[in-house]
Design a protein around this ligand. Structure first.
Ligand SMILES: *Cc1c(COP(=O)(O)O)cnc(C)c1O
Length: 226
């Protein structure tokens, strides 16, 4: 079942990429496995899925210990500065860096583990009080400060738009993140082709039309969470 779901999602990604005049290889599917049993993750692995996203450090740690093989783990949840070391130890890419204090903690942790930690800066494009992410107008200042942290590699931006009824309604938020990333890249604060982590089960095609390079899909692959 997981393998069939993955194949449907990959076809939808390819179709959206084609509609946007992009190559499907430009888009990485991250299977969001938070609150999903290990058995389903194993099924996805067997089906060839490589990238997995987790939100909770404790839960992820238990899975990462026992799931072996060529897996790339993405941290997509809220992160506290005092948990930086765990996050750096376990994750290939941390998508949710939104403040300097956290970045400093990650930088120190990376230095002590002898790792260059890849990160994304999370932007609160919808300006929602309850959501993580730096406000768009504060992004440049944060990126300038991140430049001074030698053990972090800032790859691009991530966002979670407000809950809207359809992908079409989410598109302006995705477009805004892309424009911001292009601006920041133009100033040398991000790589020339920055990573854009945006789009979930309900709106990943809209995100691809607006330039997403990583989509984070949970329920459409694994079904409802526990
Ligand atoms: C849970 C989660 C997802 C996946 O959401 P689905 O709607 O299940 O696809 C994606 N991104 C983040 C940040 C999440 O917390």
């Amino acid at each position: 079942m997981i393998s069939a779901n993955l194949s449907v999602i990959n076809k939808r990604i390819a179709r959206a990429a084609a509609a946007a005049g992009r190559a499907p290889e430009e888009i990485t599917l991250i299977a969001v496995s938070k609150r999903q049993p290990r058995e389903l993750i194993s099924q996805a692995l067997t089906a060839g899925q490589l990238d997995f996203g987790e939100n909770y450090l404790q839960e992820a740690e238990e899975k990462i210990k026992v799931i072996t093989g060529p897996v790339r783990w993405h941290f997509i949840g809220r992160l506290q500065s005092n948990k930086a070391k765990k996050a750096v130890r376990d994750f290939d890419l941390i998508h949710t860096v939104d403040r300097l204090k956290l970045a400093r903690g990650l930088d120190r942790a990376a230095a002590s583990l002898g790792k260059k930690q890849k990160i994304l800066v999370q932007v609160n494009v919808g300006r929602e009080a309850q959501k993580g992410g730096v406000l768009a107008e504060k992004c440049q200042e944060l990126l300038e400060n991140l430049k001074t942290l030698a053990n972090l590699k800032v790859r691009g931006l991530m966002t979670m738009p407000p809950q809207v009824a359809s992908g079409e309604e989410a598109r302006p938020y995705f477009a805004k993140l892309r424009e911001l990333a292009d601006q920041m890249a133009g100033q040398g604060l991000l790589p020339a082709t920055p990573a854009l982590s945006m789009g979930m089960s309900g709106d990943f095609e809209a995100a691809i039309l607006e330039g997403a390079t990583m989509v984070r899909v949970g329920t459409a692959i694994f079904g409802a969470r526990e």
